[in-house]
Structures are given as structure tokens and as C-alpha cells.
Design a protein around this ligand. Structure first.
Ligand code: CP
Length: 327
């Protein structure tokens, strides 16, 4: 078990070894048990994490704020439109100054082609850990909570059929960071991952190459299909969720011809009937109900979305406790 995490950035799980991820999961489970027992977990007493948001959030903001409070510290919410960033202050200056005031800097910046670069710029200058609360490429806090949730329900991860499926939505042009992080992470644990999407919603080639390499090394597989029914068929876990066509079309329009042509990509009861009888429906949330998924599925017996969302709290606390505290 790895134990030396203090000061380690959490920008992508690609920078965390499997052993480190397993420790993170073990600490998350320990914190979950302690939360249930109302045990004290003041590992970060009087420590401050700055929470910089370029975009809206419900789960990420509140799991981090509640989490740092439960760890004995303070979460300082920063709407970046009210910071001097909006007048052009650079990442270097923000990172150096916030490092002098507190113990961790967390940031959500999903602007395509900018977000991940911004987080890495912060990391270059920060003397405290940088925690990625979602960027244009990665959402490691979501991916680790998803892995924890799947492992709680199915401890034998190897050769589980897990399908990451594109779904129609009109709410906003969603980042690719959730499916990208899942497709990179799950094959590292030997899962049989199916990635299903209509043509035009590709993930970057380097992601597919890396995921295939991980699958080869860990006894899993990666299958890519444009037939959603084959992704549902005999699946243990389905994760139907929208993402934008950022790779093929970086424009910001939410609704375009490509999207409109693919309305049939919806998680329905009929499609869930193709999965294994005890299959699980997951979604990072917020879901575009009626478009991505029928209410009867997300509110039905296969759905574990609220357990998944709850685990955002326990995993976020583990990330902060290890990287801001720890050894
Ligand atoms: N899943 C997720 O990151 O939710 P929020 O956008 O509400 O933080």
C-alpha cells in the first residue's frame, strides 16, 4: 500500500499508480464508515482548500465543501468571475498567492483546449496540491467515485461488462471528461469496457490507444461500437451519458444537425431489458431526464445514481486527506 501522498497533485488518475488508487479507495471506504458512525475525522484541522469554479456545480462543490468541513478544515468557494482572473490575472500569480494562504487549491475549468492547461499551469507554480474538479479532459473525482461505487456492488471487477454509452441531451454541450476518465480508468482494473457512440462523438485517439494498452496489460478489453443495443446487451453496468462533439467539432453550439440526428440514443426500459437482470444504471448527474434517460430507468430498480453521487463525498475527502495531509 502506498502511503506517501502529501503534496501530490490530483489532476488526472493517469498520474496515479494502481497501488495509489487502491489506497485512495481504501481511505474512501474508511472515511465512509467513519461518517456512518459519526466518528471524528479532523485530519485537516484549520486547513483551507480554495475551490475555484469557472462553471456551475452541485455535487462537486458541495461534496468538497462538506468534505473539508468534516475533515476539520474550511472550503473557500471562489466564483472565478469575481476574481482578478476576469481582468487577466495569470495562473502563476493565482497559484503562488493562494498557496501562501492555504493548503490546497481545487479548480473546475472545462473550457475546451484551455481547462487542463490552466490546471497544469497552476500546478507548475503551486506549493500545495492542485485538485482537478473537472477540466476539458478529465474528471478524476467523478471517475474515482464511480470506481468505488462499482467495486462496492461488484467486488470482482475483472471482466465485468461496463458500457460507456453516448446519450442525447440538449441542456448544454457537455465536456468529454467523464467518459474519457472512465475509459482510461476501468481497463486498468481488468473490466471489459464497451464505448458506444454515434459517429462524430469520438474521444481523442490517444485515449483509445492508452485504454487498449491498459486492457491488454490488465486482462480486460476495450470494444468500440456505433450500435447502442450491442453495448446494452448482457452488460453488468451501463453508463449512458451525453458528451459534446468537441473532438470532431470544437464549436460551442449545443444543438446542431449531428445532435438532432441522434435523438434515438436514449436509455430506455427496452434497452435496459437487454442488460443482465442485476445490471446497474449509473450517471454522473445532472441527467437530462427525458432525453438521456427515461424517468422510469433513472428512478427504477437498476439505478444506483444516488449511491454514486454519495460516494463523491467520501472519495473527495480521501483525496483531500491524503494530498493535503498525509505523509
Ligand atoms: N457530476 C458532477 O461533477 O456534478 P456537478 O457538475 O454538479 O459537480
Amino acid at each position: 500500500m502506498q502511503t506517501n501522498f502529501r503534496g501530490k497533485h490530483f489532476i488526472t488518475l493517469q498520474d496515479w499508480s494502481r497501488e495509489e488508487i487502491e489506497t485512495l479507495l481504501a481511505v474512501s471506504t474508511d472515511l465512509k464508515r467513519k461518517f456512518a458512525m459519526r466518528e471524528s475525522t479532523e485530519y485537516l484541522k484549520n486547513e483551507t482548500v480554495f475551490l475555484m469554479f469557472f462553471e456551475q456545480s452541485t455535487r462537486t462543490r458541495n461534496s468538497m465543501e462538506a468534505g473539508i468541513t468534516q475533515l476539520g478544515g474550511h472550503g473557500h468557494f471562489l466564483d472565478t468571475s469575481t476574481m482578478q482572473i476576469s481582468h487577466g490575472e495569470v495562473a502563476k500569480d493565482t497559484a503562488i498567492i493562494l498557496s501562501r494562504y492555504g493548503h490546497g487549491i481545487a479548480c473546475r475549468n472545462c473550457f475546451w483546449g484551455i481547462g487542463n492547461k490552466y490546471l497544469n499551469d497552476l500546478a507548475q507554480w503551486s506549493t500545495v496540491p492542485i485538485i482537478n474538479m473537472q477540466c476539458d479532459l478529465y474528471h478524476p473525482l467523478q471517475a474515482i467515485a464511480d470506481l468505488m461505487t462499482i467495486q462496492e456492488k461488484r467486488p470482482q471487477l475483472r471482466n465485468l461488462k461496463v458500457s460507456v454509452i453516448w446519450a442525447y441531451a440538449t441542456s448544454h454541450k457537455k465536456p468529454i471528461s467523464v467518459p474519457l476518465s472512465q475509459v482510461l480508468l476501468f481497463p486498468r482494473f481488468g473490466m471489459d469496457v464497451t464505448l458506444a457512440y454515434p459517429k462524430g462523438y469520438e474521444l481523442p485517439d490517444w485515449v483509445i490507444n492508452k485504454a487498449e494498452e491498459s486492457a491488454r496489460q490488465n486482462g480486460g478489453s476495450l470494444t468500440i461500437t456505433h450500435d447502442q443495443d450491442s453495448a446494452y446487451r448482457d452488460a453488468d453496468v451501463v453508463i449512458p451519458k451525453n458528451w459534446g462533439s468537441w473532438v470532431s467539432n470544437p464549436g460551442k453550439d449545443v444543438v446542431d444537425d449531428l445532435l438532432t440526428q441522434n435523438k434515438i440514443w436514449k436509455c430506455t426500459e427496452e434497452r435496459m431489458a437487454l442488460t443482465k437482470p442485476d445490471s446497474m444504471y449509473m450517471h454522473a448527474l445532472p441527467a437530462d431526464r427525458g432525453n438521456e434517460v427515461e424517468d422510469s430507468v433513472i428512478d427504477g430498480s437498476h439505478s444506483i445514481v444516488y449511491d454514486e453521487a454519495e460516494n463523491r463525498l467520501h472519495t473527495s475527502k480521501a483525496v483531500m486527506a491524503l494530498t493535503m495531509g498525509g505523509r
